[in-house]
Every structure is written in C-alpha cells, then in structure tokens.
Design a binder for this molecule. Structure first.
Ligand code: ADP
Ligand code: MG
Length: 320
C-alpha cells in the first residue's frame, strides 16, 4: 500500500452535507466556507506514542483520542467543530492498525459532523496530529481570562476518573471498567461549551472556561493567571464518582480529582447573575468554589485551609 492508496482507502470520505467543504482531500490544500457572521477557531494537538498514549493502546482508541482532545479544546472555546486535518506518521502502513484507527476517528467525527479535509502522511515513529477548525458567532467566545473575583467555579462530570483509569490496563469489575472507559473514551463537552457560549452573550460579565487535560488545579490555575485572580476550592464539593470512590477511596479520589489529567471535562466560572441550572447540556455541572481577588489557589476542607495535594502552596501553574 503506497501513501496515496492509504489516503484513498482510509481518509477520503464524502463530507457531511452541512460541512461547507469546497475542496477537500486530494488537492494541494482544502477550501472551506465559513458560515456568515462567524469567526474561525483553530486548535491542534499532537499525540506521540509512548508519550501521550501507551504505545500498545488499541488503534481505535488512538483514533478516537486524537480527535477527542481537539474537540475538547473547541468545546472550551464555546465553538462548534466543522473540519479537521490529520498529519499521520506511521512506522509502517499496517492495515490492521489503520482499520482500527480509522474506525475510532470516523466514529467520533461522524457523531459531531466533522469533515476530514486534508492532511499529511509520513513514515516514522507513530505520531498523530489532528487539527480541528470550528466556528462561533462573534462575541460568544469563552476565554481563560473571563473570570472575576466573586464568580463561582464549576466543573463538569466527575474529575479524577480518567487518571484512575490510566493505571487500570486490565480492569476487573464494573467500577474499574468504568474508570478505564473514562480514560480511553473521554467525552468532549461540546454541548456544554455551546450552552456556556450562549450565556456569555446574554450575561453582562464574561464566562471563563478551560478543558481539564492536565488536572483540575493546574488548569484552573490557567484561568486564575489569565484572569488576574485566584480561587478557593472546597474539597467536599468535588463531584467524585461512585466508581472512583470504590476503587481509590475518598482521600485518594479527591487527590486524583484535583491533580489527575486526561478527564477532558470543562472547568468554568459563572458570574453571580448566571444560573447554572439554566445551562442545558448532557452532563452534570458542580459548583466547587469561588474566584478571589488575591492570586493563587487555596483548598478548603470543612472551611479550613489545607495544603494542596503534591504539597505546599501552588501559586500559578507550575506544570510544563
Ligand atoms: P502535497 O504533496 O501537495 O502536500 P500530499 O501528497 O501530501 O499532498 O497529499 C495528497 C492529498 O491527500 C492532499 O489533499 C492532502 O491534504 C491529503 N492527505 C494526505 N495525508 C492525509 C491524511 N492522513 N488524512 C487526510 N488527508 C490526507
Ligand atoms: Mg502540493
């Protein structure tokens, strides 16, 4: 199978009707039409085997993940995804691996109506780079710098599950299988992102949002830094899943929820006048704290300050 046969077989598919693709796979570049009055949002993420995913991860899970992590960024901007490009570096054109990879990628792309419009195929150590292009109406963007002191801090879903699932490569029992699934198949929170974007237009103040890829504290630190504010988080408000509590125990579960990565939930803030119950989305959201004028993140347990997991006081994100 040469490069062109490979592209033809796995990566050339008709675009969804709504996609606005003028020129897709097959020419030197792609041409798309942006719907009138909307701004382009561009995100890209590279996954290197052995660094960003285990080298032996099932190819369908790699295909799913390569797109999911990008859709999560699109969600965190409050945008709708429309198109993607794929830069694929493969040690060899392995048909079994490509079948699985394509199934995982196209399955998720189909659910969200994302068209593959181009890419690049090369030989080398397994690396997958997906770029997603989306759009949003002017004025509804969700930025990290949108938070103000007094805004409430929320998180979607049940953080910590994916970090627990990462280590469970042969899960036993329903709870472990559930955590493993949450690691392997993170659900990009696109509906929530759109609901938040709708509210940021109506609200007087802005809504800040970020997707949780590095850990809740680390990613909230980015909101704090960009907003020139801090936050206090109440440990007992963390939404810990029954599966996580069962597998990890309460103390470790809270630590994973605060520091574990790979959840791809949204962390966001709401101004006092925006009611979280009015957000229609397919995932629960939980208020976990409040933004403060003084910088840095503090953790409270039953009203008292406790050290952040990992020790000490984290000022702003100290992750790479
Ligand atoms: P060029 O030499 O002009 O860069 P290529 O030979 O690399 O073009 O690619 C041929 C066509 O196939 C282009 O339209 C390119 O966007 C597309 N393409 C290449 N690799 C992929 C891929 N992995 N997924 C989707 N489209 C791809
Ligand atoms: Mg060319």
């Amino acid at each position: 199978m040469d490069e062109f046969q490979l592209i033809e077989r796995y990566f050339r598919r008709p675009a969804p009707g709504s996609a606005g693709v003028e020129v897709g796979v097959g020419d030197d570049g792609a041409i798309v039409r942006l719907p009138p009055g909307r701004e382009l949002v561009v995100v890209v993420d590279t996954l290197v085997a052995g660094v960003h995913f285990p080298a032996d991860m099932a190819p369908a899970d790699v295909g799913y993940r390569a797109l999911a992590v990008n859709l999560s960024d699109v969600a965190a901007m409050g945008a709708e995804p429309a198109w993607m490009t794929l830069a694929l570096t493969l040690p060899a054109p392995d048909a079994d691996w490509l079948d699985g990879f394509a199934a995982g990628l196209w399955g998720l792309a189909g659910r969200h109506g994302v068209a593959l419009i181009g890419g690049d195929t090369t030989r080398g150590p397994l690396t997958v780079s997906v770029e997603v292009l989306g759009h949003l109406p002017a004025g509804t963007r969700l930025l990290r710098g949108g938070a103000r002191p007094g805004d409430r801090v929320f998180v979607s879903g049940t953080p910590g599950d994916a970090a627990a699932g990462l280590g469970l490569s042969s899960p036993a029992g329903a709870a472990e299988r559930r955590l493993r699934e949450r690691f392997l198949r993170p659900e990009p929170r696109l509906a929530l992102g759109l609901a938040l974007a709708g509210r940021t237009r109506a609200a007087i103040a802005a809504i800040a949002a970020i997707d949780v890829s590095d850990g809740l504290l680390a990613d909230l630190a980015h909101i704090c830094e960009a907003s020139g504010a801090g936050a206090v988080i109440d440990e007992e408000r963390l939404p810990l899943s029954a599966a996580l509590l069962e597998v990890a125990g309460r103390e470790r579960a809270a630590e994973l929820a605060l520091t574990g990565g790979d959840d791809y939930e949204l962390c966001f803030t709401l101004p006092p006048d925006v009611n979280a119950d009015e957000l229609s989305a397919d995932v629960a959201v939980t208020e976990i704290g409040v933004m403060t004028p003084e910088p840095g993140i503090r953790l409270r347990r039953q009203g008292r300050d406790v050290p952040l997991p990992g020790g000490g006081y984290r000022h702003f994100g100290d992750e790479p």
